[in-house]
Design a binder for this molecule. Structure first.
Ligand code: PEP
Ligand code: MN
Length: 338
């Protein structure tokens, strides 16, 4: 249910409505736009049917939310969400945020070298996994807490904020202790217990689209996180499984403007896991920004041939720098900043 207030509704009138809604045992979410304020209400709405909210001073109209996802929908919050990632970095506004780094934390020296390179090129977030979701149990699984410690140390030394994947509810506290942004990987997009638990933290979360998930399923998963109380959510398109086998996955560019229409949440694109080939990453990154993405998640490695995972899709720092130069020009053309 959405309560649209009159443009001249006073704070007193708004508070009066909020009190009433809370007394009915429902949770209001206030969204203050430039034109007017909207109050979204979540919970069993039956009680509202016998309470004529239209009659309250300051109310213009009351409407049901038609989409199956409520808190996530644009109906619920018409204004774009801008999420504070810490260290002055915000995503969802005019500035495009680039998160870059190796697939996994391998050792201090390599991560430190890559972090300095991506920082120099203009990235504001360093990515690196310490818990890796590998197809084979015999592949490198990540360094665990040791990897998180290295990531934290490097981020402090270089001055970047961090993103790293959490795969298991048992590790949320540990990962949250070391990193600024929790990443939910594609394979866990519908791990509903994990979604509820990261929803109970207030940490920014990047939720990656599942390998075979629709945009609607992605938004329903996002609803789990918001409904648990965490509105600091960023969505990520990272390619989906199709019949096409010349790339690792098929980057669904349409998902970007589609999500923008359906939801107020920021969306970023991971061109690396979509392509699976470093030679395609620059083109896909530019397509992503042109389509309205709020940021990119890119794999960069100083020695891709020796990388412990995903070397074939990792950009060399020199190529990453060149891409950032091109993205600066492209961002200006669409009136955004890199
Ligand atoms: C990753 O970003 O390291 C990763 C494993 O990606 P995905 O979950 O999209 O496969
Ligand atoms: Mn990877």
């Amino acid at each position: 249910m959405i309560i649209v207030l009159k443009p001249d509704a006073t704070d007193q009138q708004i508070n009066h409505i909020l009190e009433k809604v809370q007394k009915l045992g429902l949770t209001p979410h206030v969204s203050k736009g430039t034109e007017r304020t909207i109050i979204g209400i979540i919970g069993p709405e039956d009680v509202l049917r016998i309470t004529p909210l239209e009659a309250f001073p300051g109310v213009e109209k009351v409407m049901p939310v038609l989409s199956p996802y409520k808190l996530v929908s644009r109906e619920f919050q018409p204004e774009d969400s801008v999420i504070d990632l810490g260290n002055g970095v915000k995503i969802g506004g005019n500035k495009i945020v680039v998160m870059a780094g190796p697939c996994a934390v391998e050792n201090y020296e390599t991560l430190s070298e890559i972090a300095r390179e991506v920082k120099k090129a203009g990235a504001s977030v360093i990515r690196a996994g310490a818990f890796k979701p590998r197809t084979s149990p015999y592949s490198f699984q990540g360094l665990g807490e040791e990897g998180l410690k290295i990531l934290k140390r490097v981020s402090v030394e270089v001055g970047l904020i961090t993103i790293s994947e959490v795969m298991d509810t048992r590790d949320i506290e540990l990962v949250a202790k070391y990193v600024d942004i929790l990443q939910i990987g594609a394979r866990n997009m519908q791990n509903f217990n994990l979604l509820k638990e990261v929803g109970a933290t207030k940490k920014p979360v990047v939720l990656k689209r599942g390998l075979s998930s629709t945009v609607k399923e992605l938004l329903m998963s996002a609803e789990y996180i918001l409904s648990a109380g965490n509105f600091n959510l960023i969505l990520c398109e990272r390619g989906i499984r199709t019949f096409e086998d010349s790339t690792r996955n098929t980057l669904d560019i349409s998902a970007v403007p589609m999500v923008k229409q359906l939801s107020h949440l920021p969306i970023i694109v991971d061109p690396s896991h979509a392509a699976g080939k470093w030679g395609l990453v620059a083109s896909l990154s530019k397509a992503a920004i042109a389509s309205g993405a709020d940021g990119l998640l890119i794999e960069v490695h100083s020695h891709p041939e020796d990388a412990m995972s995903d070397g074939a899709q990792s950009l060399l720092p020199v190529n990453f720098q060149e891409l950032m130069n091109e993205l600066t020009i492209l961002s200006g053309a669409i009136k955004r900043k890199l």
